[in-house]
Design a protein around this ligand. Structure first.
Ligand SMILES: Nc1nc2c(ncn2[C@@H]2O[C@H](COP(=O)(O)OP(=O)(O)OP(=O)(O)O)[C@@H](O)[C@H]2O)c(=O)[nH]1
Ligand SMILES: [Mg+2]
Length: 197
C-alpha cells in the first residue's frame, strides 16, 4: 500500500459531525503523547499533516485524513493525561468513545503503547473496554528509536507476555518509530490487506 494523497478533511467532536463520505476508517488511539499524530504523519510521509507537540494533550478532537481518495486515517485525542482537569479528561473520553462506539466505518483501531514503558493500568483498562465493545484492534509500540535493540526487545517481550495473561493470543503487533520510519511499511501493508478483504 502506497499513500499518494493525504488531505485533512475536518475535525469533529461527535460522530454526526464527521465527514459525510462513507469510507473505511483506520483510527489511532493511546495515551497522550504516545505518538499517534506523529505516526500518522510518518505513514503519510508528511511532517505537519497531523499536529504534534512535545506537550501531552495536543489533539483534542477527532481528525479525519482522506487517503488516496478511498479511505481515512483518523487521529484521536489521547487518554490518561494526568495534568488536565477531571472534566476535560471526561470530555475527551466521551469524544473518543462516541467515535469508537458509533463509527460503522471503523475497520481497525491501532492502540499505541510507548515501547520504553511497562504496560500502564490505564492502557489495560482501555484495552479491556475495547474487548468488551468488540472493537477490532492491533497494537503498535512507538518510539522504538529511543531504546537500544536489546532493551527494546526485552521491554516488548515483557509487555506482550503480560498481555497474554488477559488474552489467549495477541492481536497483530507492530514495532514503530515515527522518527526513523520503522514499521510504517508493515502498517501500510496491513491496512492494504484489510482494505481488500
Ligand atoms: N523519538 C521519537 N519521538 C517521537 C516519536 N513519535 C512521537 N514522538 C514525539 O513525541 C511527542 C508527542 O508526539 P505526538 O505525535 O504529538 O503524540 P500524540 O499521541 O498525538 O499526543 P496527543 O495528541 O497529545 O495525545 C512529540 O514531541 C513527538 O515528536 C518517535 O517515534 N520517536
Ligand atoms: Mg495527537
Amino acid at each position: 500500500m502506497k499513500i499518494t494523497q493525504a488531505i485533512f478533511s475536518g475535525s469533529s467532536q461527535f460522530v454526526n459531525q464527521k465527514p459525510k463520505l462513507k469510507l473505511p476508517e483506520f483510527a489511532f488511539i493511546g495515551r497522550s503523547n504516545v505518538g499517534k499524530s506523529s505516526l500518522i504523519n510518518s505513514l503519510c510521509n508528511q511532517k505537519n499533516l497531523a499536529l504534534t507537540s512535545s506537550k501531552p494533550g495536543k489533539t483534542q478532537l477527532v481528525n479525519h485524513f482522506l487517503i488516496n481518495e478511498g479511505w481515512y486515517l483518523v487521529d484521536l485525542p489521547g487518554y490518561g493525561y494526568a495534568k488536565t482537569s477531571k472534566t476535560q479528561r471526561a470530555n475527551l473520553h466521551n469524544i473518543v468513545m462516541d467515535y469508537l462506539n458509533n463509527s460503522d466505518e471503523l475497520i481497525n483501531l491501532f492502540v499505541l503503547l510507548d515501547s520504553r514503558l511497562d504496560l500502564q493500568k490505564i492502557d489495560l483498562q482501555f484495552l479491556t473496554e475495547l474487548g468488551k465493545a468488540g472493537i477490532p484492534f492491533s497494537l503498535v509500540y512507538t518510539k522504538s528509536d529511543k531504546l537500544g535493540k536489546e532493551a527494546l526487545g526485552k521491554q516488548v517481550e515483557k509487555n506482550n507476555s503480560e498481555l497474554l495473561n488477559y488474552w489467549e493470543e495477541l492481536p497483530p503487533v507492530f514495532l514503530t518509530s515515527a522518527v526513523e520510519g520503522i514499521g510504517r511499511e508493515d502498517i501500510l501493508t496491513y491496512i492494504g490487506t484489510l482494505l481488500t478483504k
